[in-house]
Design a protein around this ligand. Structure first.
Ligand code: NAP
Length: 309
């Protein structure tokens, strides 16, 4: 039986792992499908304190994992398929295996939001991708026109990164101003290789029949005019959805399926704590996730103390 099981190895999960490991609770840390979380797909993280020159996202997460392991955290590759939070100890099914735990810290993060188009699904990994850092350097994208969809920090970051590879990068946004932070927006819009395409939504990605991306069909949201833009790749960067499906009906989720934190990192189930992007749709930063992971670890430790564990 585990004292603490942490679900997720992003900034929140690994910080919770460092703290619970240092508290001698030997946490079991489940990686989920994306060990290291979404930050591993970021090129350079410029705003994590302590790294004035920035740090590669993958390296930051590798360092956090090493730090957690140094104090006795056990990292296990696996995905939670089912959870029973109605019993004590809690029970999780991880890749078919049962794990029992006195406390759980949910730090399962969030996944990429999809446009929801059939053509997007058919062309995923055939020119449609959700991660410029992972896929931008692929030969099919070199010296080709590329499209990024979205208007937030992620879209600006992806577009800026892709200017290394593409001949031109269209930044397709459904409004006429970016949601991104000023520094990221200014950097993107000042880049001569980035061409914003305002007030436009993608209605279809071409060409599913050919099995590769040749362009996008766009609709102007104000004039309703339909146009086609040629490109060899579509990078979708329209935000995230929390990875909480397994907890539906077991603890309180908001209408967008984010876990609702109660006091501190407590959830509606005593003994289950939450941290990071699966509960936070406001700040969503590496450093705030790390802070919440720390808080969840302290809350779990105090909870265990009240249970005389
Ligand atoms: P975001 O801020 O939620 O932006 C999502 C963008 O996608 C918005 O511009 C939104 O349009 C658009 N969008 C949403 N659904 C859409 C749809 N169905 N069709 C077309 N467009 C759609 O998400 P994010 O850019 O991934 O950023 C998430 C968080 O991570 C933010 O807090 C951000 O600051 C942070 N982040 C930080 C950095 C950094 O500092 N280096 C880098 C990346 C992300 P509207 O604007 O019209 O809503």
């Amino acid at each position: 039986m585990e004292k603490v099981t942490i679900i997720g190895t992003g900034c929140a999960g690994l910080t919770a792992a460092i703290y619970t490991a240092r508290a001698n609770l030997q946490p079991l840390v489940l990686t989920g499908v994306m060990p290291g979380g979404l930050l591993t797909t970021t090129s350079i993280v410029e705003n994590f304190p302590g790294f004035p020159e920035g740090i590669d996202g993958f390296e930051l997460m590798t360092r956090m994992q090493k730090q957690a392991e140094r104090f006795g955290a056990r990292i296990k590759f696996g995905t939670v398929e089912a959870a029973d939070l109605s019993r004590r100890p809690f029970a999780l099914t991880v890749d078919g295996e049962r794990v029992e735990s006195r406390t759980i810290i949910i730090a399962s993060g969030a996944g990429h939001r999809h446009l929801g188009l059939e053509s997007e699904r058919l062309l995923e990994n055939r020119g449609v991708t959700y991660c410029a850092t992972c896929d931008g350097a692929l030969p099919i994208f070199r010296n080709q026109p590329l499209a990024v969809v979205g208007g937030g920090d992620s879209a600006c970051e992806e577009a800026t990164y892709l200017t290394r590879f593409g001949s031109v990068v269209y930044l397709i946004h459904r409004r006429d101003s970016l949601r991104a932070s000023r520094i990221m927006a200014e950097r993107a819009l000042a880049n001569p290789k980035i061409q914003p395409v305002w007030d436009s939504v993608v209605t279809e990605i071409l060409d599913a029949q050919q099995g590769k991306v040749t362009g996008v069909r766009l609709k102007h949201v104000k004039t309703h005019a339909a146009t086609t833009l040629s490109c060899a790749g579509v990078f979708v960067a329209i935000g995230h959805v929390p990875s909480t499906a397994v907890f539906k009906g077991q603890l309180e989720l908001d209408p967008n399926e984010y876990v609702v934190p109660k006091r501190g990192t407590e959830t509606s189930v005593p003994g289950v704590f939450v941290a990071g992007d699966c509960a936070d749709h406001v700040y969503r930063q590496a450093v705030t996730a790390a802070g919440q992971g720390c808080a969840a670890a302290i809350d779990a430790e105090r909870y265990l103390a009240t249970q005389n564990v």
